[in-house]
Design a protein around this ligand. Structure first.
Ligand SMILES: [Mg+2]
Length: 275
């Protein structure tokens, strides 16, 4: 009888501990970090979705990219090799800001599951200027390759989404998605084996070269006076993306950190603000 009483007492204590305010507080804090992180996206997404500035910037960049691509195509034609352009997909051809808006409205942060669900809907809109650039590329006789870090499970949805806009080269040979590495070097090299790549467009530095983000764009670059290489100036156009990307990772001591409290802290510390 005494043992039974002791067991009952232990179960009661364990039950109380499981529902303790401390545990609830930890869960609340975790939820709060998600909400704080997603709330920090609000102004970026509003700018991306509603500002005239962003539309004009995208159109201007694509107009400049079209000129550079045309000049380069004329220059490289003498090589007699097939020529190509490479475009990233997300925030380069397709606008995924409604997914970011969903995260903000629900106090959530990115997960591969919710991202795949958005991608499977296959109804992202086009980035302003992208269709004109791609049409001009085909008029010049260039092949168009789409190199993206979407996973291959999303190939069919990605093709459906791009086909909405009658874009050319929407086939598995021209859409190179992520297998095991997010680094795009290998996929670029694969294209370069058979084609001269005359121009690339992306929203991340890694859409053109994998190394050198900090070398060319890091905080100390201005002081060191490092010049951008000609290949970068003449063969790549970079579109705006204030919602996510290399810039957000570059300020973290560990770019792969998942510690949300730390991310919030470092973001604030990294700001340049008067006292
Ligand atoms: Mg992108």
């Amino acid at each position: 009888m005494r043992n039974k009483m002791r067991l009952l007492f232990c179960l009661l204590i364990a039950g109380v501990a499981a529902c303790s305010p401390k545990k609830v507080m930890v869960e609340d804090a975790a939820e709060n970090y998600d909400q704080q992180l997603s709330a920090q996206l609000t102004q970026s997404v509003l700018w991306y979705q509603l500002s005239a500035e962003r539309k004009i910037i995208c159109q201007s960049i694509y107009a400049h990219a079209t000129e550079m691509m045309t000049t380069n195509a004329e220059r490289y034609m003498v090589q007699g090799r097939p020529m190509a352009v490479i475009l990233d997909i997300d925030e380069t051809v397709l606008d995924n800001s409604p997914y970011e808006g969903f995260l903000i409205k629900n106090g959530l942060t990115f997960t591969p599951e919710s991202w795949r669900e958005w991608v499977s809907q296959a109804n992202a809109k086009l980035i302003p200027g992208a269709a004109g650039f791609i049409t001009r590329a085909t008029d010049l006789g260039l092949e168009v390759f789409y190199v993206s870090n979407r996973g291959y499970e999303s190939l069919s949805a990605t093709m459906s989404n791009l086909q909405l806009y009658d874009l050319p080269f929407i086939d598995p040979d021209h859409i190179l998605l992520k297998t095991d590495m997010s680094d795009k070097t290998e996929r670029r090299e694969q294209i370069k084996e058979s084609h001269t790549v005359v121009f690339s467009v992306g929203d991340q530095f890694g859409d053109f070269m994998s190394e050198g983000y900090m070398k060319y764009f890091g905080a100390e670059v201005e002081d060191q006076g490092i010049e951008l290489p000609d290949s970068l100036k003449n063969h790549f156009a970079l579109l705006p993306n204030p919602m996510y990307g290399e810039f957000a990772k570059a300020i973290m001591p560990d770019s792969n950190t998942k510690d949300k409290a730390l991310i919030l802290k470092i973001r604030k510390q990294a700001l340049n603000g008067i006292n």
